[in-house]
Design a protein around this ligand. Structure first.
Ligand code: RP5
Length: 167
């Protein structure tokens, strides 16, 4: 299994997860960001096991040049909400599969009271991939080259469907 990567200085996207056990899912966010050439870093930190680290890391993210935070957690998944409490950067939450198939993670992540938003993606791998794509779409608002890459990626998907034939 690949290890969580620490890609570059000044990452545009911070990808954090509550446990190393989330990496097998969150590597899909890492791979998607890498495939678009987006500087990012992946770290393990936990809202309840390392609360001071989360506060310090997310509290300083904007000053380091980070523009989007992706936070993944499972179970009583408060990591994305805690991140959102510490920054006004956009925070994208990815609910991890769990003993309750991720429904607990989904509800814990998505049900933020009005005022402190978390943009919540699908449970598991699809959410990890889409969180990265949504982060790229946010960055693309001020980076035309990323917008072009997103258009090309959509066209690839379109072509795959158009080329599909059934037996
Ligand atoms: C959460 O608890 C983590 O995000 C992970 O999804 C879940 C289980 O963590 P481990 O017991 O595998 O460390 O905090």
């Amino acid at each position: 299994m690949a290890e969580p990567s620490n890609e570059t200085a000044a990452p545009l996207v911070a990808v954090i997860m509550g446990s190393k056990s989330d990496w097998e899912t969150m590597r899909h966010a890492d791979e998607t960001l890498s495939s678009f050439g987006v500087a990012h870093e992946c770290r393990v930190m936990s809202a309840h096991r390392t609360p001071a680290l989360v506060s310090e890391y997310i509290g300083g993210a904007e000053a380091r040049g980070t523009e989007v935070v992706i936070a993944a957690a499972g179970g009583a998944a408060h990591l994305a909400g805690v991140c959102a409490a510490h920054t006004t950067l956009p925070v994208l939450g990815v609910p991890m599969k769990s003993v309750l198939q991720g429904l607990d993670s989904l509800l814990s992540t998505v049900q933020m009271p009005g005022g402190i938003p978390v943009g919540t993606l699908a449970i598991g791998e699809a959410g990890a991939k889409n969180a990265a794509l949504l982060a790229i779409a946010i960055l693309a608002n001020s980076r035309p080259e990323l917008r072009e890459k997103l258009r090309a990626f959509r066209q690839e998907q379109e072509q795959k469907i158009l080329a599909t034939s059934l037996p």
